[in-house]
Design a binder for this molecule. Structure first.
Ligand code: ZN
Length: 241
């Protein structure tokens, strides 16, 4: 596998997952000068709408809109994702090829089994990629930080932090609209339950809610297991009262 180093890698089960959950955060990282990549684990061959070839073209166009440096596909079986040895070895190859410092994964709980398994598979692969004697190829590399995209989840989990995506929200929506086969006329998608509203409007409303948590127009929420460090309490944002 050719060297495709990135600073930030978003891993998700399906093409369009990262646009929905952390597309704005990826655009912000690109604009900040970081190298950013996406690893889609499956090709979407089992999706109700569209087919794998259509979704490949849509994913390529969305990647251009987001401005990411690398978009890779692990070719694992859609709707049959497993956290098994061959799948872990495959994802380890991609982590060693991209050597990210930070990895964004789906939240560990999900409506779609692929989302839940992608989360566990991604985390395990991040750890195993750092073991010197694991696998047959690539230089061992363990990402420094693992973040979970929390958008649309209804579990009683408070975000560890929210990224302000207000300046890049329209870019996120443009990237999402690349997936016309999935979303045009849709009322629900992935982890987003239907409310009767148009899906694009629903994404806007949800993003506005997360933004309101940090007193900004639009946001994307994340969870991480570790406690976040603060050096200067006087620099803390988000007004309390
Ligand atoms: Zn999905």
């Amino acid at each position: 596998m050719p060297d495709q180093h990135v600073d930030l890698l978003a891993i998700a089960a399906h093409r369009d997952d990262v646009e929905l959950t952390c597309g704005g955060t990826l655009v912000k990282a690109v604009k900040a000068g970081h190298r950013v990549g996406i690893l889609d684990l499956t090709q979407g061959e089992s999706g109700t709408r569209g087919d794998a070839a259509t979704r490949a073209g849509e994913a390529e166009r969305a990647a251009k809109v987001l401005g990411v440096d690398v978009r890779l596909n692990a070719g694992l079986p859609d709707a049959h994702l497993q956290n098994d040895e061959p799948s872990r070895a495959r994802v380890v190859e991609f982590i060693r090829a991209t050597r990210p410092r930070v990895v964004i994964l789906p939240f560990p709980v999900g409506r779609h089994p692929d989302h839940r398994i992608a989360s566990e598979l991604g985390r395990d692969a991040c750890y195993l990629a750092g073991l010197a004697k694991y696998g047959t190829g690539g230089v061992p590399h363990r990402p420094f930080k693992v973040l979970y995209a929390l958008a649309y989840r209804e579990d009683p989990v408070k975000p560890s932090f929210v990224v302000d995506i207000s300046p890049v929200f329209e870019t996120k929506m443009t990237a999402i609209r690349c997936y016309a086969s999935q979303f045009d006329g849709a009322k629900a998608a992935g982890e987003i339950h239907p409310t009767g509203q148009d899906l694009y409007e629903l994404i806007r409303v949800k993003s506005a809610h997360y933004g309101s948590l940090i007193r900004t127009a639009y946001g994307e929420p994340f969870f991480c297991h570790e406690t976040l460090e603060v050096q200067d309490v006087l620099q803390l944002g988000v007004q309390s009262l």
